[in-house]
Design a protein around this ligand. Structure first.
Ligand code: ADE
Length: 227
């Protein structure tokens, strides 16, 4: 999978070189390219925003600089993801769907967002004929300073589902068997007693059927509590 993120703060994406993501890039499973939006400006001040038509607080990001940046990376069959608190809520289901994309482009807006004509332009027939899709996505019901952290959340959730990225793919199988939010049961490791707290007896029993039953009940209780 190829991932392109466009941002005015490329340094935000340093963690993408760490851990499993860094390794997957080394193995050629994944290619992550970070692009500095400002390098696509054409004026001396490297302007990326201006005041909103119609008035109001804040600044809106200029369509042309975004158009130039996106044009420089977009390929057939790409999915362009515009991060905004007003978008469709990102879910595990969406993460699974997006693993099928050949290229994901993350447009990380700042300020009051990106001129809406960018979304309109790349949603037009000339792009859908090339298999290009545009999604406006929110990672949750809160407002971040920009789309950078939101796109890293999405990148981590999506790429760990790609074959070869996770150290232990068994954990994916277990996750996908748990319905509705795949909330897990509580886990324990050594020692058996820690600060007066003991590991539940059933987990020491060796009775795998009983253990599975106990875990299912615990996962359900957790799910209910978190509603
Ligand atoms: N940009 C600002 N807030 C956001 C959110 N909650 N999700 C995605 N992008 C955002």
């Amino acid at each position: 999978m190829r991932i392109d993120a466009i941002t005015i703060f490329p340094d935000y994406f340093a963690p993408m070189q760490l851990s499993l993501l860094g390794k997957a890039q080394g193995q050629g499973i994944l290619e992550i390219n970070i692009h500095d939006l400002r390098s696509f400006t054409t004026d001396n001040h490297h302007t990326v925003d201006d005041t909103p038509y119609g008035g109001g607080a804040g600044m809106v990001m200029l369509p042309e600089v975004w158009g130039l940046a996106i044009d420089s990376v977009i390929a057939d069959e790409a999915t362009l993801i515009v991060l905004t608190p007003a978008g469709t809520r990102f879910t595990q289901e969406m993460a699974y769907e997006l693993t099928n994309a050949k290229q994901l482009i993350f447009a990380c807006g700042r300020y009051e967002g990106i001129d809406d004509r960018v979304r309109q332009h790349y949603s037009a027939d000339q792009y859908s004929a090339r298999g290009i899709k545009v999604l406006e996505v929110s990672i949750g019901d809160y407002v971040l300073g920009g789309g950078e952290v939101a796109s890293m959340v999405m990148i981590e959730a999506i790429t760990r589902l790609l074959p070869g990225v996770l150290g232990n793919p068994e954990s994916l199988v277990e996750e996908s068997h748990m319905s509705e939010g795949y909330l897990e049961y509580p886990n324990f490791t050594k020692p058996q007693s820690w600060r007066d707290l003991s590991v539940p007896e059933i987990l020491l029993s060796g009775n795998h059927a009983q253990i599975a039953k106990w875990r299912a009940t615990q996962a359900e209780l957790r799910a209910k509590k978190n509603l």
